[in-house]
Design a protein around this ligand. Structure first.
Ligand SMILES: C[S@@+](CC[C@H](N)C(=O)[O-])C[C@H]1O[C@@H](n2cnc3c(N)ncnc32)[C@H](O)[C@@H]1O
Length: 395
């Protein structure tokens, strides 16, 4: 593809991504994959270049732009070489007209910038939310030693935030690596690894991973438990949860069982665990403001209404999780968000609803105290952004 054709492809993709963000459609990565699946003539260099243009434009624009063209014109102001592509031939975008709409650069929609500022997220921390994310792995001690994985991969660097983590430079196709296939490591952000340590899961415990998804934290806790004890991994998303058994098998984890929850009637499927878990981990569905490095178009999807629905669901899941904790046991609240309404405020509200419960101070390899929990940010910790708190039930 000629450079101007790549720019036109990026505009077409951005149109799709904008529509999907408005209508809660597919993620940008999925749309990009589909676009190129239908255009086999595009080589790997073309794909990489178009993808880069698309993500540069998404990162640049805080508000959802009116069109892919308005987005690309904004990017052309930052990357003037792109201007020459407009009107440059058959496969090029049309020439730039007078008074054309150009999208505005920014970190996020204004209401979200305000909410982040009110949550104590500085401008520098906000900007770092849009950096490029590194590629982190968690070595699985049930299958491998960190030094052996580091040697086999050749390039991994130790990560302060994650004792079992390695950070890899550049692009890697790790899913096909023999050590990945044999369960030697999982791909997992260092922040995710660090907050899982708040569970203090140990051998012999009964642990409930209430929002287990595909089991990233389930597998990390199973390793902390030396694969001894029991983990009930539940989620309301059948497709996500169905990935866990194969991952567990690969990782040498035999203590995890899955339970699919019926949204709105989650407690029914967990009733037998009432008052019995040593640890309940609520890795709650959230706005994902801490993961914009990986999903920058998430800023274009979030609305105040959607955020309010999420905070309501988080409170409900925390109450449901609390009912499963044994006296003296712990409830862990995790969100990959830096908004206080989902983190610090959610914990304060929980403690007000549950007299006798306490937040205990955490000692983690990353993060700093925030309210009654800890917060990790890309700027301060070189991880995705997270809030985590450990709440204990009175004996
Ligand atoms: C942050 S993700 C979990 C990620 C996962 N713990 C991991 O480490 O890979 C939040 C999860 O909450 C799940 N979820 C959403 N609504 C739920 C509900 N009502 N009950 C249980 N899980 C729910 C989503 O399907 C999603 O998998």
């Amino acid at each position: 593809m000629r450079p101007e054709a790549r720019t036109q492809a990026a505009i077409e993709l951005l149109d799709q991504i904008i529509a999907a963000a408005r209508d809660q459609g597919a993620a940008a990565d999925t749309l990009i994959a589909r676009y190129f699946a239908a255009r086999r003539y595009a080589g790997s260099k073309d794909r990489r270049a178009v993808r880069e243009l698309v993500y540069d434009a998404i990162r640049l624009l805080g508000e959802r732009p009116a069109s892919g063209r308005a987005a690309m014109l904004a990017l052309a102001r930052r990357q003037p070489d792109l201007t020459a592509h407009f009107g440059a031939g058959d496969y090029a975008p049309e020439a730039i007209g007078t008074d054309e709409a150009v999208a505005e650069a920014g970190v996020a929609p204004q209401w979200l910038v305000d909410a982040l500022a009110e949550s104590g997220v500085t401008e520098a921390q906000q900007a770092a939310l849009l950096d490029r994310a590194p590629l982190d792995i968690r070595v699985n001690p049930l299958r491998a030693k960190i030094e052996d994985v580091a040697e086999a991969l050749g390039e991994g660097e130790a990560i302060a935030a994650a004792p079992l983590g390695l950070r890899l430079p550049g692009e890697h196709r790790l899913e096909r690596h023999p050590l990945f296939e044999s369960g030697g490591f999982e791909i997992q952000d260092a922040g995710s690894q660090a907050v899982t340590l708040a569970s203090a899961a140990g051998p012999g415990m009964l642990v409930v991973d209430l929002c287990a998804g595909g089991g990233g934290k389930t597998l990390a806790m199973a390793a902390m438990m030396a694969n001894r004890g029991r983990i009930v991994a539940s989620d309301s998303d059948r497709a996500r949860l169905s990935r866990l058994p194969a991952r567990a098998e690969r990782a040498g984890v035999s203590i995890a069982e899955t339970r699919l929850l019926n949204p709105g009637r989650e407690a029914e499927a967990l009733a037998d665990l009432t008052d019995s878990a040593d640890v309940v981990l609520v890795d709650a569905p959230c706005s994902g403001t801490g993961t914009w490095r990986r999903n920058p178009e998430a800023r274009w999807r979030l609305t105040p209404d959607r955020l309010a629905r999420l905070t309501g669901l988080q409170a409900r899941l925390l109450d449901m999780g609390a009912a499963l904790v044994r006296p003296g046991g712990a409830l862990i609240h995790i969100v990959c968000s830096l908004l206080d309404s989902e983190g610090r405020g959610q914990v304060d509200a929980f403690l007000a609803r549950h007299p006798g419960w306490e937040a205990v101070p955490l000692v983690l390899p990353a993060g700093s105290a925030h309210g009654k929990g800890m917060r990790l940010t890309p700027a301060s910790d070189a991880t995705d952004g997270f809030f985590v708190a450990r709440l204990t039930r009175p004996c």
